[in-house]
Design a protein around this ligand. Sequence first.
Ligand code: FPP
Length: 248
Amino acid sequence: MAEIPSTIPLEKIPQHVAIIMDGNGRWAIQRGFPRLAGHKAGTENLRRTIRSTVEFGVKYLTIYAFSTENWGRPPEEVQGLMFILQDVIDRELNELHKEGVQLRHIGRLEKLDPKIQKKVLKAIELTKNNDRLILNVAFNYSGRDEIVCAIQKMIKDGIAAEDVTDEMVNKYLFTAGTPDPDLIIRTSGELRLSNFLIWQAAYSEWFITPKFWPDFDKEEYRRALETYAQRDRRYGKVSSAELQESNA
Ligand code: FPP
């Protein structure tokens, strides 16, 4: 049975949460550790967050693990993040599979080391029929690159200009088949999108917390969901309460 926070009605739980897991580096530096220690602590927190996501009853979780811009970080940090991805698959795949998590990847897989590609594809294949939680891992991902890639594929497929609609674009994105994120959480207090899901975030609600990612715990996650539950999502229209009032 999913544990639902008492103050949040089931229909107010977001279907899709996306997270920009920021602040690992600063978390580590504050403690006098190398930046990679922050990414390791962030990975531990990711494990806890996935569990909480299932417990809260959220169906889709998208995490920003490595952007196409992150290649510009010091080589030891890039190598460390590549290692973490493989290590997470090696250590966690069976448990995630048992828990009913379906793993998907968004981003340019073909630009990663062939050994990593193989591991990712194996994880996707193993978990493809799971449906308790869909976990999209954005790795070697950027929103602009995703749109460029979609346009290239549409042209290659000979799609006529008049057939290019919102729905058509959705079908060509890495996130095809995933609903748009209802709630985007960003840790470490930064107020920017950082090239994450730039198409899909058109009407997403935001929750920004000053906590660094390794410190983002279940209580803060609950606060994010409670805040979201109180938002009036109007999608550019007026609220239903206002509409009723004006019709009365
Ligand atoms: C941003 O913090 C975080 C990242 C670029 C990496 C996020 C990766 C993890 C949490 C590990 C999980 C990874 C996988 C592959 C499953 P930052 O380093 O930019 O922090 P800073 O802004 O304080 O420097």
